[in-house]
Design a binder for this molecule. Structure first.
Ligand code: CA2
Length: 148
């Protein structure tokens, strides 16, 4: 059984309540329920958290060491700005999948740059809430392969 931490960053608490044309109608609570169900279905465990604060996200990644086998991270806009989050991921060495609801490469130029991509095991974007399912499945597969 693997323990996964699903982290959502700034403004993702607003999911389903604003800009449905960009981010859809699914709420964060529904996304988190999906994550718990996907992990439970494979006999694994997911824990979800959200914060609008960069330092809280950095500390959540630090605290994940020894507690979680992998992280699914939608860092929101910090993806495009945060060397601190990049350093947190690389220093904890916990396999991390970078996740975005929207296809960041098909949006504004400033969203094309991700500081997290170089330290993540991979990036999933553009599939809406189903991306969380894909990210958990990819991470579980990665962990199982790494354990062989
Ligand atoms: O597509 C994604 O998941 C993003 O990480 C979402 C971030 C954005 O800055 C990234 O470039 C891509 C923004 C999250 C804002 O979430 C909202 C949800 C509902 C209403 C307003 C904002």
């Amino acid at each position: 059984m693997y323990s996964l931490l699903v982290i959502n960053g700034p403004n993702l608490n607003l999911l389903g309540t604003r800009q449905p044309e960009v981010y859809g109608k699914t709420t964060l609570a529904q996304v988190e329920s999906l994550c718990l169900a996907v992990a439970k279905n494979t006999g694994d465990k997911a824990t979800c958290m959200q914060s609008n604060h960069e330092g809280t996200l950095v500390e959540a990644i630090h605290d994940a060491r020894g507690k979680y086998d992998g992280i699914v991270l939608n860092a929101g806009a910090y993806t495009h700005t945060s060397i601190a989050l990049m350093d947190a991921i690389s220093s904890t060495e916990i396999p991390t999948v970078e996740l975005h609801l929207s296809n960041i490469h098909a949006r504004e130029e400033f969203r094309h740059k991700s500081y997290l991509a170089s330290v993540a095991v991979g990036q999933i974007c553009g599939f809406g809430p189903n991306g969380y399912k894909l990210a958990i499945e990819a991470l579980l597969h990665y962990l199982a392969e790494a354990a062989k």
